[in-house]
Design a protein around this ligand. Sequence first.
Ligand code: FE2
Ligand code: FE2
Length: 296
Amino acid sequence: MLFAQITDLHCTAVGKEAKLGCDNNKNIALAIARINELSPRPDIVLATGDLTASGSPEQYESLTDLLEPLEVPLYIIPGNHDEHRPLLDAFSGKYGLEDDGYGYVRTVIDKYQLRLVSLDTTVHGHHHGAIPQERASWLDQVLSEKPDKPTLIFMHHPPFETGIWWMDKLGVLDGLDRLAKVLSDHNQVIGITAGHLHRTIHATFSGVPVTVAPTTCYSVGLNIHIEGSPVVTDEPPGMMMHLWQAGALVSHNLFLRKHNIYDVAPLVKDWPSRWKLMQNNDPIPKALGAIGDSVE
Ligand SMILES: [Fe+2]
Ligand SMILES: [Fe+2]
């Protein structure tokens, strides 16, 4: 199974561009175009929250148009920049979202070898995240249904502190103990993936690997344990490609902007010999040289 993850799109209303050194909507279009041209194409796309800049109906309308060209099934969860009601008004019945009256998103994607379960961490009216007992109980119940199926949890707020002080104030401030308890009861959870931090970050929580995908818009500056003003940067926007194979999840970072591509074969002294060894799964001796030798 191969799936893409886009996060923190922060879509703006048409004609009202964001002001933090980044054209958010242009980058969303770029991400959609990149996904459509990927080969092999991912089975699905996860969008892990902060779909819009502030959750207005106009922003969801703008996002609807930007998502329209996407040719891969999409699943959405909200982030702290989203608003539940306008989100459901725009997308209920699509993208794994249902207006089921629970007040939080409950998505289970169960048709692939890796099961994907959402955990909605949003708190109405606030930017921090939380995992109330009701949501922890739902997660526990869903995981109890398929105890032998490898499962990934996707959420907006990551369950750990980063060292970037002002983002940590916006972290999961309540309920991490509940999540830890659920994870300790269900060892089929192979990982967690999240967004919110606007940086690529890897961590562990209760012994479970956690990956945070890069944003498609502006990045959060890497000021660890510096009590200064919060900063954002124009580091390259990106997304993630997750590959589930041979019982392992491999997560690749992918930058959105176009880059040059160079064929390796002409850069190797004896490519035919090297090719033959690789086809036979034989080790490559250093005597055959290294990539780039032939251009010295
Ligand atoms: Fe965000
Ligand atoms: Fe966020």
